[in-house]
Design a protein around this ligand. Structure first.
Ligand code: 5GP
Ligand code: ZN
Length: 113
């Protein structure tokens, strides 16, 4: 997906502030943070959103959750954090490459806007 921003970040064509990387996932700081901690965790393989994941792709989801667990521990988000996966335009998804927002460091409101 050569015109996908996040695929280009994976390919190192666009720089990012990297937090973690392995064979399956990449984590980096959001360029426009919505909280004191705002990390994006993305599969290195392109999926538009969660609706296009097949059973064999769930290893990417497991890897992402595992990385979120690890980053939350390292960044000491002990009092709580939020994981958000915006899916589709009505939910506010702006980048059509599956990503998990890890947000923390402030009190969160519920329900989200
Ligand atoms: P969405 O709105 O699709 O759920 O989230 C996309 C997120 O990607 C937004 O929070 C936005 O700030 C972030 N973002 C968009 N382009 C870039 C980029 O080039 N680099 C980084 N680090 N974050 C980006
Ligand atoms: Zn992509």
């Amino acid at each position: 997906m050569e015109d996908c921003i996040f695929c280009r970040i994976v390919a190192e064509e666009i720089p990012c502030s990297k937090v973690y990387e392995d064979d399956l996932v990449l984590a980096f700081h959001d360029v426009n943070p919505a909280a004191p901690t705002h990390v994006l965790v993305i599969p290195k393989k392109h999926f538009t959103d969660i609706t296009t994941l097949s059973a064999g792709d769930m290893k990417y989801v497991a890897a992402a959750i595992s990385v979120i667990q690890q980053i939350a521990r390292e960044l000491e988000l002990d009092s709580g954090f939020r994981v958000v996966v915006n899916t589709g335009s009505e939910a506010g998804q702006t980048v059509p490459h599956l990503h998990f927002h890890l947000l923390g460091g402030r009190k969160m409101e519920w329900p989200p806007g």
